[in-house]
Design a protein around this ligand. Structure first.
Ligand code: NI
Length: 400
């Protein structure tokens, strides 16, 4: 085991230069969600060159996304490794030679690093193919950032997990020190939902409320009341957020009572039971308070992304792999993360584990927030992500 991890680390480190070059190529040529056509082509080319089998390109009715297999020399199970590949609609404001060449597109979440590190791992695992027990499925997934049409769902619908027994994913993290890995068993990242409502009243003169049905009063009341869902209807041991993202009246004039108010917002939860409770309570409050104020309520609650729940056994495996690759002192438990990930969809199909790898270095200016126009990563960490992918796959196949 130790010997194999050392071999993997050496191979990953030997590929470091290429991993960084690839990362910079993707960084300079970013493509936003469901536009990753050239990125996809480049990845497919690399996989072909390395000698992958069953390469399949294009998911969700697009030319975006690649899956492929590394078929080991011995019989065994199939484990999937996932990297997302999309960029964000932002202008790159960094002053570096590998700055984005495209206006309005930037890799501001590190998915360029994910793609490059996984390609590195494909090389490592291919070099060890003869000793692999089973298959490694590679998932280069588009549109993680899309939210409404998640790439993970499209890959699953396209058969990406067929025959797979587990899936592993890594995210680089600019809020965690370079080379430190954070893991968490069970609920890890929040699920994200959206909601919207129309509160219908009857418009009228601001001086004569008796002739109108004022929807603003219902909106104020409901806006306050839904916060009691968090404080009074779910356990204090659970974590959830309800936020109002927007509020719009049908008219905006000092002496007119509008006939309609529209509101929208988001809900974040970690457990399906809590999500369901929040949804039910919000639906009830909108309906009953709306009625109490004589308004007509149209309330729509849309689950967007499930929470990312790490399988306990997979988490134990990932932790032990991380300790051998990075050293135990660089591996620690994560807090709950309020952000969301479409990786969660994979965990609904097979046991899954998602971990965060720190890339924050003040000296390398890689400690800017994710999704900020100055986001960057500490590239010296990337070969570690490669080694982690390869070591996880190898150990899973060895032990299952
Ligand atoms: Ni991301």
């Amino acid at each position: 085991m130790v010997e194999m991890i050392d071999k993997i680390k050496t191979l990953a480190k030997n590929g470091e230069k290429e991993i960084i070059e690839l990362r910079r190529h993707f960084h300079m040529n970013p493509e936003t969600s469901w536009n990753e056509v050239e990125t996809t082509k480049r990845i497919a080319e690399e996989l072909k060159k390395i000698g992958c089998e069953n390469i399949k390109v294009g998911f969700g009715g697009t030319q975006c996304g690649v899956i492929a297999d590394i078929v080991g020399g011995k019989p065994g199970k199939c484990v999937a490794l996932r990297a997302d590949i999309d960029a964000l609609p932002l202008n790159d404001e960094k002053d570096v030679p590998y700055k984005s060449k495209k206006a309005g597109a930037m890799h501001a979440c590190g998915h360029d690093s994910h793609a490059a590190a996984l390609i590195g791992a494909v090389k490592v695992l291919t070099a060890l193919k003869g000793e692999l027990k089973g298959k490694v499925r590679l998932l280069f997934q588009p549109a993680e950032e899309h939210g409404i049409r998640p790439g993970a769902k499209a890959l699953i619908d396209g058969g990406a997990l067929e025959g797979a027994s587990a899936v592993f994913g890594i995210h680089v993290m600019s809020t965690v020190s370079s080379g430190v890995l954070e893991y968490r068993s069970g609920p890890f990242m929040a699920g994200a939902d959206s909601w919207e409502t129309t509160i219908g009243g009857r418009g009228g003169h601001g001086s004569a409320p008796e002739g109108a049905i004022d929807p603003t009063i219902a909106a104020f009341e409901i806006g306050n009341a839904i916060q009691t869902v968090i404080s009074r209807e779910i356990s204090p041991r659970d974590t959830a957020v309800i936020s109002v993202g927007g509020m719009k009246t049908s008219s905006y004039v000092f002496n007119i009572i509008p006939d309609r108010v529209e509101m929208c917002g988001t809900v974040r939860t970690f457990r399906p039971e809590v999500q369901e409770r929040v949804r039910a309570a919000m639906t009830r409050l909108f309906k009953t308070l709306g009625e109490a104020y004589r308004c007509k309520i149209d309330f729509k609650y849309t689950p967007l992304l499930p929470s990312t729940i790490n399988d306990p056994d997979m988490t134990t495996l990932a932790k032990s792999v991380a300790e051998s690759v990075l050293g135990a002192k660089n591996v620690r438990e994560s807090e709950l993360v309020m952000g969301s990930e479409d990786f969660s969809h994979y965990g609904k199909v097979v046991p899954a584990v998602f971990v965060n790898l720190g890339v924050a270095s003040a000296e390398k200016k890689s400690d800017m927030p994710h999704h900020s126009p100055k986001f960057d990563v500490d590239e010296s960490v990337l070969w570690n992500a490669t080694a982690l992918h390869a070591a996880f796959a190898w150990k899973f196949l060895e032990e299952n």
